[in-house]
Design a protein around this ligand. Sequence first.
Ligand SMILES: [Zn+2]
Ligand SMILES: [Zn+2]
Length: 177
Amino acid sequence: MAEPTPTPAGASPSAAADEGLVITCQCGGVRLRTPNATPLGICHCHCTECRRQSASAFGTSVYWAPTEGFYPLDPALTAPGGPIGTITRPADSGNTMYCYFCRGCGVRLLHAATLPDGSIRPTVSVKGGAIEDPDGVLDWASAKHIFVRSAVIPLSPTWETYDTTIAAGPRHVPTKE
Ligand SMILES: [Zn+2]
Ligand SMILES: [Zn+2]
């Protein structure tokens, strides 16, 4: 058995978490790991699809690139009898969405997509509430609110908001001190 590795002096919790954050579900039957602790971005989406999918006021997506060892998922996980089920649906963009959920408890874990040419979309969306972040390394304050045109909750003036997509431009960007 290997000796436990001593923590280097001055190591921060974020450095320790750089091997990634655990993605898990309500029953704990699935445990995946993000590629690192630094996502490409965080969005709260208020669209009707996300509201239905999350059965809540909005859906939260935390984005990483589909890197080796993270996505595509190990085929054993999604094979018949494996812990992860897959829902496939066409998106308005022409992409095909792959939505992954725990077969034990039904919790949605991540969404990926292929573009019309069959290539993998360069972002994989991990459902925010499924990420374990005991050291608080995720920068939730930087989250953008998208599709606020269909929001059912009051919008704070401290939020960066978009009527629809980010590409379509912001509705409101708070002024920084
Ligand atoms: Zn589960
Ligand atoms: Zn949405």
